[in-house]
Ligand binder design. Sequence first.
Ligand code: ATP
Ligand code: MG
Length: 322
Amino acid sequence: MIELSNVSKYFGSAKAVDGVSFSVNEGENLVLLGTSGCGKTTTLKMINRLINPDNGAISIKGKDIQQENPETLRRSIGYVMQNIGLFPHYTIYENIATVPKLLKWDTNKTRPRVMELMKKLHLPEELLDRFPAELSGGQMQRVGLARALVADPPLLLMDEPFGALDNVTRSSIQAEFKQLDELLRKTIIMVTHDVQEAFELADRICLMDKGKIMQIGTPSALLHQPANDFSRKFLDGQRLALEFRVSTLKDIWPYMRAKQTGIQRDQPDAPEEELHRTLGLPGNTSVWTALELAKANAQTNKVSFTALMDGFTQYQKAVRHE
Ligand SMILES: Nc1ncnc2c1ncn2[C@@H]1O[C@H](COP(=O)(O)OP(=O)(O)OP(=O)(O)O)[C@@H](O)[C@H]1O
Ligand SMILES: [Mg+2]
């Protein structure tokens, strides 16, 4: 769907983006991850021609974007700006309806579409006549997302879409974001510097440093097969939390069987739930299911927290080929 080949951008003598190549498949969510100033925003802005590259080529659906009219191109791509970027003198309605206005949609088409998105993004209708300054940060980010989605573009570029939020609001918006039907079919390139967020939302992560790609791959590949020292060190501080994110109950189940649980080989499998969810919520139903399964099948045995952690440790050894 999108292909960057050997793309570079210089500001003066500084290389903001330095020979970047990657491709993104249709329907995929690629996350650009890296420290401040590594070239994430510049990379994103080259895809909708807000910035023109000095070298290299970018194509969308096989068409070189340099051959397209920048305005037409931009209307076909949803863009959520870093720091939200709502127009301060436009009402919320006018902000969301920006692209439909440029596309000269009829009001009979625009208004129901804006209302539909307000509903899907849990924004109360009374916000429509307010100005951005009269909204909370979380509401503004939702409006930014609504504005990007309104014309249903197949491609969405999002620059730190949840950046301004506190942790609680952030994880609830992330969870909603993952389930939003509007996003399921879309190809998304999303920027973040938050490792946990990247692991939560990415199909693949593109890890950048000083304008270059350090590694590109699935969250699990970054964690278990780091391509270099930078990759390894970037994740080191949060390794355990990330392992809990990429490992599921199903992954560790076979390793628990061998331990003190007494679970037999022919017994049913555990749910495919990430361990951080299992462990994060007391009384979580899936743990409950797993515990009940184990009890029902092994009768006298139950799976304790210790057994779960033992299984996890054994699984870790196996994936690291120790
Ligand atoms: N218009 C500009 N003129 C000069 N230098 C720029 C310009 N835009 C970006 N840069 C520089 O290019 C580099 C990459 O910037 P970019 O905004 O792409 O980083 P980023 O990865 O998005 O960082 P952050 O996480 O802080 O948003 C930085 O060193 C920045 O100072
Ligand atoms: Mg940026």
